[in-house]
Design a protein around this ligand. Structure first.
Ligand code: ADP
Ligand code: MG
Length: 240
């Protein structure tokens, strides 16, 4: 039977700080076009996992592969810019001195340049091309950050709590729009969140994390209906 190669694969990846394993032999596999939510309480190691996938943190053990190529492991460490990834964080970290077009086009070369205005239109900001970040609302800044991360056509999108700085009122709409755009683009998405509701809304696959390990993994409805233990059940209990 033909098998699709994982777009991003973590194999027994660990990260130790001062001897303590913050991420402990974690394995995870993402297919192209798939949104995986790494879900767990604050401090369980989600951001560290994402940072290792990005290459801004080194794994102390294990291997990370993108499209079957080892990008991190014994004797290998590709820098973030050589991994074909896009990143988005809670603080959108836009360049304050660059316009919307400047931010989205920053560092984008060649054929991908044509995509810049197209992506800005796709996130609904064509009328704000020449505005600066401080002239935009939080929701608009989030959209610029999304377009910027997607401009170089990343194979993998790494997103760390990208909606948590937003107003409650806006969040659901922005989540839905973001998901639609991510699906069109087709990258494998690893989205970190501590909110079960967000994972239920966005994920094809949820990896439930606790104290550095994945304790349960599967489709959202499966995890919600069959929590692995009382702690997992309690974690999901405030969704209605
Ligand atoms: P999460 O994103 O799930 O909230 P993090 O991955 O940020 O969790 O952090 C997991 C644990 O690792 C926390 O206890 C945090 O204090 C610790 N940690 C993260 N980065 C470092 C670091 N650079 N040095 C030491 N400890 C760290
Ligand atoms: Mg975090």
């Amino acid at each position: 039977m033909e098998q699709t190669l994982p777009r991003l694969e973590l194999r027994d990846v660990s990260c130790r700080f001062d001897g303590a394993a913050v991420v402990d032999r974690l394995s995870l596999s993402l297919l192209p076009g798939q949104v995986t939510c790494l879900l767990g309480p604050s401090g369980c190691g989600k951001s560290t996992t994402l940072r290792m996938a990005a290459g801004v943190e080194r794994a102390s053990a294990g291997e990370i592969l993108i499209d079957g190529d080892v990008v991190a492991g014994p004797g290998a460490h590709l820098p973030p810019e050589a991994r074909g990834i896009g990143m988005m964080f809670q603080d959108f970290a836009l360049f304050p001195h660059l316009t919307v077009r400047g931010n989205v086009g920053f560092g984008v070369r060649g054929a991908a340049r044509d995509r810049v205005d197209e992506l800005i239109a796709r996130v609904g900001l064509s009328d704000k091309l020449d505005k600066y970040p401080h002239q935009l609302s939080g929701g608009e800044q989030q959209r610029v950050a999304l377009a910027r991360a997607l401009a170089p056509q990343p194979r993998v999108m790494l997103m760390d709590e990208p909606f948590s700085g937003l107003d409650n009122r806006l969040r659901d709409g922005i989540r839905d729009d973001t998901l639609e755009i991510l699906k069109e683009e087709g990258a494998a998405v690893l989205l970190v969140t501590h909110e079960p509701e967000e994972a239920m809304r966005m994920a094809d696959q949820i990896a439930l994390m606790r104290r550095g390990r994945i304790v349960q993994q599967g489709a959202p409805y499966n995890i919600y209906n069959n929590p692995v233990d009382a702690e997992a059940a309690a974690f999901f209990s405030d969704i209605n």
